[in-house]
Design a protein around this ligand. Structure first.
Ligand SMILES: Nc1nc2c(ncn2[C@@H]2O[C@H](COP(=O)(O)OP(=O)(O)O)[C@@H](O)[C@H]2O)c(=O)[nH]1
Ligand SMILES: [Mg+2]
Length: 241
């Protein structure tokens, strides 16, 4: 029997009520790559639409952007995994450019830096908050990042080894901070940012924005795992002497 080779790249698409955006998003998945749509309790028929469009659908009962992303990562089998929002604000057709440096081994994590195409693609408050977040991340990690966007690519096993624990809005930030702490080569590449289709679940709402700020604060307050291990190690050594 001929076995189908596992797809080279899996694309994780967190999805909460994105029925309107799904067709546009899924038809742009690069040929041969696998779309993993992680449904997080949609009530608008998103999972059925995704299945009809040949996506692999995963259900994550626990709400939260991070819960959905992580369920997708856990379900992935390809060597390289991309993440992309499922709201038609980012074109999955650009993913080969984003994943390129990971596939050719010149980077460990590639982040799409969002460049709005039109006024209104990115609400001002969200943009300002993101700029501030990028500044804090530069200070915390010494990575020269300008954005913390959702479009990214990295190796699956390396991502799993980061042991990410955030399951809400801090997930993408925790990924970057832990990757930096582990010495990953992290690079940024520009990606056009379009006005999303449908209603925003995170930064378009006060509740979502507030929760995002709280989650991100928690992640930034986390001690570097390596630094903590060094301190603990020093403590144990000191105690033995
Ligand atoms: N599965 C799941 N997806 C979510 C959740 N919150 C947001 N998303 C998805 O994550 C992506 C980003 O959310 P979005 O509302 O566009 O956030 P924004 O870009 O910050 O406004 C979209 O594809 C959403 O459908 C959630 O709680 N669960
Ligand atoms: Mg969005």
């Amino acid at each position: 029997m001929i076995k189908t080779p596992p797809s080279s790249v899996d694309v994780v698409l967190p999805c909460l009520d994105e029925a309107e955006a799904l067709p546009w998003v899924l038809e742009r998945i690069p040929p041969g790559w696998r779309a993993i749509v992680v449904d997080n309790g949609s009530t608008d028929g998103s999972p059925d639409i995704a299945r009809d469009l040949d996506a692999h659908v995963v259900h994550e009962p626990r709400r939260g952007f991070g819960a959905a992303c992580h369920a997708g990562l856990t379900a992935a089998t390809a060597d390289v995994v991309c993440f992309c929002d499922c709201d038609a604000s980012l074109d999955p057709g650009l993913l080969p450019t984003v994943a390129g440096p990971v596939l050719d081994g010149t980077a460990d994590l590639v982040m799409g830096r969002r460049r709005p195409t039109v006024r209104g693609a990115w609400p001002v408050h969200a943009r300002v908050a993101n700029l501030e977040l990028a500044r804090l991340v530069r200070r915390r990690t010494s990575l020269d990042l300008r954005d913390l966007g959702p479009m990214r690519a990295a190796r699956r096993e390396a991502l799993l080894a980061l042991g990410l624990t955030d399951r809400r809005s801090g997930y993408p930030l925790q990924m970057v901070v832990r990757a930096a702490d582990d010495g990953w080569r992290v690079v940024e590449t520009d990606v056009p940012y379009l006005p999303r289709t449908g209603r925003s679940k995170v930064t378009g709402t006060w509740r979502g924005s507030w929760q995002a700020v709280r989650d991100m604060r928690t992640v930034l307050a986390e001690q570097s795992a390596t630094a903590t291990a060094a301190v603990v190690g020093a403590g144990i050594d000191g105690g033995a002497r």
